[in-house]
Design a protein around this ligand. Sequence first.
Ligand SMILES: [Fe+2]
Length: 443
Amino acid sequence: MTTVPHMEQEPLRAKAAAELERARARSSALTDALDDDELVRQHSPLMSPLIWDLAHIGNQEELWLVRDVGGLPAVRSDIDELYDAFKHSRASRPALPLLKPGEARQYVDQVRRKTMDVVDRVPLSGRGLVENAFAFGMLVQHEQQHDETMLITHQTRKGPAVLYAPEPPRAEKTVLPQEVLVPDGPFTMGTSTEPWALDNERPAHQVRVDAFFMDTAPVTCGQYQEFISDGGYDRPELWTGSGWEHRTKANLRAPLYWRRDGDRWLRDCFGVVGPVREAEPVVHVSFHEAQAYARWAGKRLPTEAEWEKAARFDPESGRSRRFPWGDEDPGPRQANLGQRHLRPAEVGSYPAGASPLGIQQLIGDVWEWVDTDFHGYPGFTAFPYREYSEVFFGPDYKMLRGGCFGTDAAACRGTFRNWDYPIRRQIFAGFRCARTPGGGELG
Ligand SMILES: [Fe+2]
């Protein structure tokens, strides 16, 4: 943490406080939308009851910001064990003696009042945890990530819609080239300077990537329907061994939340059922389905390094940007982030968010599966605890990049890394394809 530039402390405190409040407004909106019975109920065995997420957000904030950074006595040490994500599986959480919704709300408010006092007074130097207000940034990201998790729970829930948001912008009528060539050569992957970057994004390091073609947009529902119509789910040769095994066992026939209605497909989007929109990126597909589609299309999934090079590398300056469009934080013109909309936007809707090579919608809309296992970068150091990333390293997880419509800008950057099991479909994940140039294609 010694390489991060020192920022002025007062603006940093103001930023940390504002970001904490913004995250809390979202957590409250996601939980206030439902009655107590729906908050304590488990809507899917893959997800926690929403009220567990809320109290867990407060408990992590208490552990890190109130007790550790603030040096204050515990608010409720008796509940630490209940809200430790490593002690109880999601499926087992509804049976725990959890705080009731009213108690949970009171608890998170109580913790937050103490946190706001800590953010005002604690010195922001002398310890890695507080340099550049890192601990506050970590808890902002933690809360926003759980808000995305709660949004996933809302999608799994049955019953009438309770969340509303305007429709995403419509695509400009320009036709994008299908793919662009990303040139061969080294680029800087990861970061050593982004103040609130998490341990798995660090440190910045050079990676050499051979020339490859990257699709300019994520795979759309229209394209995915062609794969289905062409027997994509019935052709083992398109799937890897483990992919086919899972496809058979789980009887996969289409993305999660799709259902057949005569000769068309319908999709349930937060309780609103409507026709699948052809120009929208496909969402709720597993890594295995993404891989099978790519093989059907004569392509493959990009590696994580390829994805990040496509998203950050500026061939003109040779440097890596924070985001495809530059170094400025995302705004509504650049990317579909922050639950501003409740679905991905049609491809071509964010020309202002394009990378220097003209690749669009790398940030926002849908998380993109990439064909790389989770590992630490060379020089990785667990910070501030091994359970953030390191315990997940290994071949069990595949990486997801770029964030989705439900990811907040505070928890999304060109370097941000997410991971999940290759069979998972409840997350807001889609993909785009890449391709190795054939003989003679590079002239
Ligand atoms: Fe958590």
